[in-house]
Design a protein around this ligand. Structure first.
Ligand SMILES: [Zn+2]
Length: 64
């Protein structure tokens, strides 16, 4: 019938992905998957560009 569940939106960046051929679902790519995992294990999966500077701000203030 109609392709209903073939595509989905990446919960990370909102990119429309093909559900069937995507090994990283529900994410669009390994990058987004790792970024999402990085929420709680960002110590190991540090990806530049997407990490919020929370703790770094505290350190920066202390240095002042
Ligand atoms: Zn994505």
């Amino acid at each position: 019938m109609v392709e209903e569940k073939v595509t989905a939106c990446c919960p990370r960046c909102g990119t429309v992905i093909r559900w069937e051929e995507n090994p990283y679902r529900p994410f669009c790519s390994q990058r987004c998957k790792l970024i999402d995992l990085g929420k709680w294990i960002d110590e190991e999966y540090r990806l530049a560009g997407e990490e919020p500077p929370t703790e770094e701000e505290g350190e920066a203030e202390e240095r002042r």
